[in-house]
Design a protein around this ligand. Structure first.
Ligand code: MOS
Length: 727
């Protein structure tokens, strides 16, 4: 291999940095109009009257769509264990099809105008009267009403081994703690945007999406047109982090508005509209109890969570998932309980489950280490496991945590610390260090690709995957170049267009590995084809073989593009996937090390050093992989120290829907981040890839909290760790 592993620049770096790359809201069509959403101001009820006269009088207004005049749309697909499409519905609401309001912020009208300023002005002049119904919006107030999460194969209700409560009661050392994390909202650099154009009954949509193929299926269903009549384009996406995985109202309503007005429509959500209409991360209330013997061997691990979903949809955050995988214990109990609220349904946000679940688990491990007077790494090593802690049988396909603890400790200088809390001071700063483990399941999904080799030696890879800034196309070009033995520059990758072979959704850290599996298979087939051609034609190089055979190119096709072919592909994929799941636990993992400095007087906390060591299997591109996990760590620092959506408990209104009031880290908050990889291929995955997408964010919250405890002697069990909690 010559290109895989190299820190190559992104193939799309040039068009992005020069502004040539066009994002979803930057496509111009003749007659283009601009749409703005009008949001409900109650959390539940009915629209009694909608006054649009004043808004209609604004010069340039083309149409105001409401439930009274909107074209019919089919409802969203119903959730079901075999209905994957339903996973991609942000909500179950059929927008503008009834007078019902399900959350504060739900779109109740769309204003379409010749200019965006006219649309904005008019949208502010639409007035609604409501019949208000009783709603439940206060998460903490609803805790007592939490119910067990419905069980399903993607999102288990919990796991059990032995009798964890009994073992806890008799443990030599035990702790039983409550951790809480707030809701989070999505703040991608590019807010959600759609440009929608109808030509007869053919729909073209430029959208900032992570799920091109599912968007196409979903839009076709909602607008009752064949799937092949819908084209979804998303060659560039300005960050997504799970927020652009599902279909939210902006996309649907842009398509509806374009159909109603017979004009191209651009609907670019304002930052506030993203908060109002796109689900973020659930808050959580977690119980984390540990029982251990004096030597630090866990005898009991209890991890339960209460999270929320919306009454009109939402995702079951798998908060306790890391507690079923990370440590050996004879007795384990995990459980997910949920409350259903009248809020925009929460959905995926980077490492859903693991990122907040490890805040509790990895903080509690640190608390236990102090109880025992033991080094936190030593405590983890004593509970290291080679098999699934729940069933005691399933093996990890690639478990390298001890190596990473050792490497990270060395790079960080961990063992130089005085473990005594509040023992290290530098002027006004209390200095502390903390560590935590990261873990994120590695999954895969079926992917169709074509790889074509032309007589001029160039190679074209085609697949409708998504490029959200992480270097997806660059990685696949590297993989192709090595698989075919051609130079990196000879490979071109087409992506981000539903006309291309069916790609994966770029979520759950599956994209690189899943696409690589089909790309390598296609390259193998191509090599076989060339070999058999060479037997007839002779010729040393690919180019010469094709020239002698007088063919312009040869192509390998993986997967079928017909509707049934795609479904069949997914069905064929499933048994192997399930079999592997029975056999192996596959996961990316890592170790996070943090140093903080806390002002002894004010509680101001600065993160001053960071070391992360990760096992993502084989590293395809050293530069983009490091950037990916570094970005995850930055997002983790937001989760640890800044981010918090404030929901008004009276009416469910998000009170801080802007970057002025919802704080995310800025450059000055981020220390140098030292990232290293084991770079050792997983033996059970294509090319040994374990998925680098989300593991970087995991464990960051706990590493910071543990460092803050070490610095100050103060345990913060409620995120974010703001200075008021340290005074
Ligand atoms: Mo991810 S949270 O599936 O983009």
């Amino acid at each position: 291999m010559t290109t895989i592993g190299q820190p190559l620049d992104r193939v799309d770096g040039n068009v992005k940095t020069t502004g040539a790359a066009k994002f979803a809201a930057e496509h111009f069509y003749p007659g283009l109009t601009h749409a703005v959403l009008v949001h409900a101001t109650i959390s539940r009820g009915r629209i009694a009257a909608l006054h649009t006269d004043e808004a209609s009088a604004v010069p340039g207004v083309v149409a105001i769509l409401t439930h009274l005049n909107a074209l019919p749309m089919k409802p969203a697909p119903k959730p079901g264990p075999f209905n994957l499409t339903s996973l991609f519905s942000g909500t179950s609401v059929n927008y503008l099809q009834s007078d019902e309001v399900h959350w504060e912020g739900q779109p109740i009208a769309v204003v379409v105008a010749e200019t965006s300023s006219a649309a904005r002005e008019a949208a502010a002049l639409v007035h609604a009267e409501y019949t208000v119904m009783k709603s439940v919006v206060d998460f903490e107030g609803a805790e007592e009403d939490a119910q067990p999460q419905p069980n399903n194969s993607f999102f288990p209700r919990g796991a059990k081994r032995g009798d964890a409560e009994a073992a806890l009661a008799t443990a030599q050392v035990s702790l039983d703690l409550r951790y809480t994390t707030p809701p989070h909202n999505h703040n991608a650099l590019e807010p959600h945007a759609t440009t929608a154009v109808w030509d007869g009954d053919r729909l073209t949509v430029h959208d900032a999406t992570q799920s091109i193929d599912w968007f196409r299926t979903h839009l076709a269903l909602r607008f009752s047109v064949p799937m092949t009549n819908v084209r979804v384009l998303a060659p560039f996406v300005g960050g997504a982090f799970g927020g652009k995985f599902a279909m939210w109202p902006g996309t649907i309503l842009a398509a509806l508005a374009a159909r109603a007005t017979s004009r191209p429509v651009r609907l670019a959500l304002s930052r506030e509209a993203v908060y109002r209409t796109v689900g973020g991360r659930t808050p959580s209330i977690q119980r984390l109890a540990l029982g251990a013997d004096r030597d630090g061997r866990l005898t009991s691990l209890v991890h339960t969570s209460v999270t929320r979903t919306g009454k009109v949809g939402g995702h079951f955050e798998q908060v306790t998932s890391p507690s079923s995988h990370l440590y050996a214990s004879e007795n384990i109990l995990t459980r997910h309980d949920i409350v259903r609220l009248d809020l925009v349904p929460n959905h995926f946000m980077r490492a859903p489950g693991e990122s907040i679940g490890t805040f509790a688990l990895e903080s509690a491990l640190d608390e236990l280490a102090y109880e025992l007077g033991m080094d936190p790494i030593e405590l983890r090593l004593r509970n290291e496991t080679a098999v699934d802690p729940i069933d005691g049988k399933k093996k990890f396909s690639h478990r390298k945590l001890p190596e990473m603890y050792a490497l990270g400790a060395e790079r960080f200088g961990w063992h130089d610390r005085n473990p005594e809390p509040r023992s290290t001071r530098d002027g006004r700063w209390l200095v502390g260090t903390g560590m935590a483990t990261a873990f994120h399941p590695g999954l895969s999904t079926p992917v169709n690709v074509t790889v074509r080799l032309s007589a001029d030696g160039s190679v074209l890879v085609r697949c409708a995957f998504q490029e959200m800034g992480m270097g997806a196309a660059t990685a696949q070009a590297q993989i192709t170049a090595d698989a075919l033995g051609v130079p990196f520059d000879a490979v071109r990758v087409e992506y981000g267009d539903s006309e291309l072979p069916m790609g994966p959704a770029a979520g759950v850290s599956v994209q690189t590995a899943s696409t690589a599996a089909s790309v390598t298979q296609a390259c193998e087939e191509l090599k076989q084809t060339l070999k058999s051609m060479a037997r007839k034609t002779g010729g040393d190089s690919n180019e010469e073989i094709l020239r002698r055979a007088k063919v312009p190119h040869v192509e390998a096709v993986i997967g079928s593009e017909s509707r049934l072919g795609r479904i069949a592909g997914r069905i064929r994929f499933l048994p192997k996937f399930m079999r592997e799941g029975q056999r192996w636990i596959k996961a990316a993992s890592g170790v996070q090390f943090c140093e903080v400095r806390v002002d002894a007087e004010t509680g101001e906390t600065r993160v001053s050093r960071w070391v992360g060591v990760f096992d993502i299997g084989r590293v395809i591109n050293a530069k983009t992989a490091a950037s990916q996990v570094r970005g995850g760590i930055v997002m983790g620092l937001g989760l640890a120290m800044a981010e918090e959506t404030l929901v008004d408990p009276r009416n469910g209104r998000i009170m801080n829907p802007s970057l002025a009031e919802y704080h995310v880290p800025v450059h000055a908050d981020i220390p140098p981040i030292d990232v290293s990889f084991l770079d050792d291929p997983d033996p059970t995955t294509p090319l040994g890839i374990l998925g680098a997408g989300e593991v970087g964010v995991v464990g960051v919250g706990a590493a910071v909290a543990n460092a803050v405890y070490h610095a100050t002697g103060r345990r913060v069990r409620d995120l974010p760790i703001t200075l008021d909690k340290l005074l």
